[in-house]
Design a protein around this ligand. Structure first.
Ligand SMILES: C[S@@+](CC[C@H](N)C(=O)[O-])C[C@H]1O[C@@H](n2cnc3c(N)ncnc32)[C@H](O)[C@@H]1O
Length: 447
């Protein structure tokens, strides 16, 4: 069991926000998007938030009741929990301002590790769980000592889930809670392995009755893309397909129909998954990175200028001259492109393939030590192609990528940096995606 004292002690030195995923939802989000949905349920439903923070997703509903009725309503209908005693105190203080009796508040708002120990819910059929649970990816938990106390959440029946928010969802399913309103990362819908298991288990039992996906930043301290999802338990038990309309909050509101099937992991196929590929033997293959080891071991006498992708200062990457052998020299000559994985934010700095000579006036891009996916990465193509063919590949690739981006609002790419103006939201293109697009071309296309 997680030792709360230990967590509390750790809080003093740790980034508590990160560890507990304490990104509080602005009250305005609740008032605009959630309150209208739950207003009709107020008289005969119970409401809880098992990760309540300061209470922003529950307390403002008290505005709908006369002050004199709030204490009684709270006693009968509301339950709130948080693992962090400070948050619980804040919730109690905030609720007291609505005029609710303190004794009732101290009974109904409690410190609890809701992931480890789910509270008793008397009437799950008439219960609505409204929450913005903590988000913390299991990979982060395993890698960082300060988060290691969370590792025990993911053992036993929770093995295979990938994030704290997924444990919150699956616990609600295990307790057959009728209706859920969750603020969670949109990777719940879009990611592949990072959310496949939760989708397969959870979406087989719940329908998505409302979905609003936000492109802009709604929390102060995190740039995670989130959505508000309303889930309803399937009265018949199980299903293998769901359909819903998602409102995409962008510069303009867009409504997109989703049809998700268990056979594809309840995941929306994205245009990148649907690119037709030539037979395996005919595919052009991409390799990435020129390592300093390869350069040093080539030991010839042809001088080349290489940019060092790890050293950036005064607005440019550092450059050095290396002596290489004929084989490596020819390899560099026939591979003049690099991958920019992240949009720079300017129109000519989009993610895609670019010309090393034009951009850096160099023969190649070398990387020393660990590779970084967001730095410029030299691309190597197999089989060998000429410089002219490389330039053709660059144009074909960038045109295809831009077409896919405009067709899908770049939803197959990860958001790297937010901006209130959607035109400047910077996106990240994965190397696997680069490989897929490259392998969709035939050698014939390049002549
Ligand atoms: C993303 S915040 C959301 C708070 C609130 N629901 C809101 O939207 O404003 C998540 C909250 O979950 C709490 N929390 C994290 N792990 C928890 C756990 N195991 N049990 C209960 N609460 C937890 C954090 O302290 C934090 O207040």
């Amino acid at each position: 069991m997680i030792d709360r004292m230990r967590i509390n002690k750790r809080h003093e030195t740790l980034d508590k926000t990160r560890l507990l995923g304490s990104h509080l939802t602005p009250v305005s989000i609740f008032q605009t998007y959630i309150l209208p949905e739950i207003r009709p349920l107020l008289p005969d439903h119970n409401f809880m938030d098992l990760f309540c923070g300061e209470g922003n997703l529950i307390l403002p509903m008290l505005d709908l009741l006369p002050r004199s009725e709030r204490t009684d309503y709270f006693r009968k209908h509301i339950q709130m929990y948080d693992v962090d005693p400070e948050m619980v105190n804040k919730s109690i203080e905030n609720a007291a301002e609505y005029g609710v009796d303190r004794k009732v508040l101290e009974d109904r708002i409690r410190v609890r590790d809701s992931i480890l120990s789910y509270p008793e819910v008397r009437n799950p059929v008439k219960t609505v769980h409204i929450t913005n649970p903590p988000y913390l990816y299991v990979g982060h938990i395993m890698k960082h000592a300060e988060a290691s106390s969370h590792a025990s959440y993911f053992i036993g029946k929770n093995e295979g889930y990938q994030d704290l928010y997924q444990l919150a969802l699956i616990n609600d399913l295990r307790h057959s809670i009728q209706k859920l309103v969750y603020v969670i990362p949109t990777n719940f819908l879009f990611a592949d392995s990072a959310s496949r298991k939760i989708r397969l288990d959870f979406l087989a039992r719940y329908f998505i009755s409302k979905c609003r996906l936000f492109e802009s930043r709604i929390f102060q301290n995190t740039g995670v893309n989130v959505g508000i999802f309303e889930f309803v338990l399937d009265p018949k038990g199980q299903h293998s397909s769901i359909q819903f309309d998602a409102v995409q909050e962008n510069q303009n509101l867009k409504v997109k129909r989703f049809t998700l099937d268990s056979s594809s992991g309840f995941r929306q196929k994205m245009n990148i998954d649907e690119i037709p590929l030539p037979d395996k033997v005919d595919r052009i293959k991409a390799k990435f990175y020129l390592t300093v080891d390869e350069v040093m071991s080539s030991g010839g006498n042809i001088d080349v200028t290489l940019v060092d992708s790890k050293h950036f200062s005064n607005g440019r990457y550092s450059r050095s001259t290396f002596s290489v052998d004929d084989r490596l020299h020819r390899k560099l000559l026939s591979n003049p492109l690099f991958v920019r994985t992240v949009d720079t934010g300017s129109p000519d700095g989009r993610a895609g393939l670019h010309d090393i000579r034009e951009e850096f006036d160099a023969d190649g891009i070398v990387v020393s030590g660990n590779t970084y996916r967001t730095n410029p990465i030299q691309l190597f193509i197999q089989p060998d192609i000429t410089r002219e063919q490389s330039m053709k590949l660059m144009h074909l690739f960038n045109n295809k990528l831009e077409k896919m981006r405009s067709e899908s609002d770049s939803s197959f790419m990860t958001t790297y940096r937010y901006s209130s103006n959607p035109r400047y939201i910077r996106k990240y293109l994965g190397l696997k995606q680069v490989s897929t697009i490259i392998s969709s071309f035939r050698l014939d296309d390049l002549s």
